[in-house]
Design a protein around this ligand. Structure first.
Ligand SMILES: [Zn+2]
Length: 285
């Protein structure tokens, strides 16, 4: 599922490749894609408008249009936006085609069919984004903020980090990497974290997401950029889907357990459930 680094990469690609283009026509091939407005209105309001910008908020990809509308995508589990040409035309699982001027087309392909889109005016867009927590790279997002926001909660830290109202953009891949990096057990209750652990967690969030952006995202299965290229950050994962493999921190074994309802990878030795030391092991990576 595209998380912050993947959506950020797609956003940057759109800025480079399609901003300035006109949408001559929109073709919806899977009506489940369009959450709002009606499919007819969605198609009508996209006809003949120019793409003026692209941005990201949390895991939402926002395409700005000269009509004042914003086309907002949630790429959910397997959503891909592909520019044809140069990418070869996809033949299966196409949910939307935006026909651009100059003979190019932007395809939304999703073999899981969970991707969704909305066409919103500015007010609707603000409402839609209003409940999201701060962006991890914003000034507002500090260790102090995290502690104030969730430091009295008895919930498991993994579940809280996945909550987009707490901090936006983190999903199931990066959260496991972040917790490993911060040497926090995914089941640790937030109200047991020490000052130093909040600092480590905050630093690990920024460091892991920044590395994901730098490597143009993580492709474990379906993620592709706009030119159909996989990301590179999968080569840097230290626990995610490494069950049974050697921990790169201590040489022990990475395990998989269900935490917060999600398959969760961690090292029980590096990430002690009772909280820890913090000092005994060398910083990782
Ligand atoms: Zn370990």
């Amino acid at each position: 599922m595209p998380e912050l680094p993947e959506v950020e990469t797609i956003k940057n690609d759109l800025r480079e490749l399609v901003v300035g283009a006109e949408i001559e026509r929109a073709e919806v091939l899977d009506g489940r894609l369009v959450e709002a407005p009606s499919q007819e209105e969605f198609i009508r309001r996209l006809e003949g408008v120019r793409i003026t910008g692209a941005r990201r908020r949390a895991k939402h990809l926002i395409v700005e249009l000269d009509s004042g509308d914003a086309l907002v995508f949630q790429l959910k589990i397997g959503g891909q936006l592909l520019l044809v040409p140069p990418v070869e035309e996809p033949t299966k699982n196409v949910m939307l085609v935006l026909h651009l001027d100059g003979g190019r087309r932007l395809f939304l392909r999703d073999q899981t069919e969970f991707s969704r889109a909305r066409l919103l005016d500015q007010e609707e867009l603000e409402q839609r984004l209003a409940d999201l927590g701060p962006e991890p790279f914003s000034e507002e997002f500090t260790a102090e903020y995290l502690k104030e926001k969730i430091g009295s909660r008895r919930a498991q830290i993994k579940a809280l980090l996945l909550d987009q109202k707490v901090v936006s953009g983190i999903g199931n891949i990066y959260v496991d990497e972040i917790l490993f990096d911060a040497r926090l057990h995914p089941r640790r209750k937030a109200n047991t974290l020490s000052e130093e652990e909040w600092e480590r967690l905050h630093a690990a969030i920024r460091k892991n997401l920044a590395a994901g952006v730098e490597h143009r995202g993580t492709t474990v299965r379906l993620y592709r950029d706009v030119l159909n290229r996989p990301g590179g950050h999968q080569n840097f994962l230290r626990v995610f889907e490494r069950e049974g493999e050697e921990c790169l921190g201590c040489g022990g074994k990475v395990v998989r357990e269900k935490v917060a309802g999600r398959g969760t990878y961690f090292c029980p030795a590096c990430q002690s459930e009772n909280g820890s030391d913090g000092e005994q092991r060398l910083p990782l990576g």
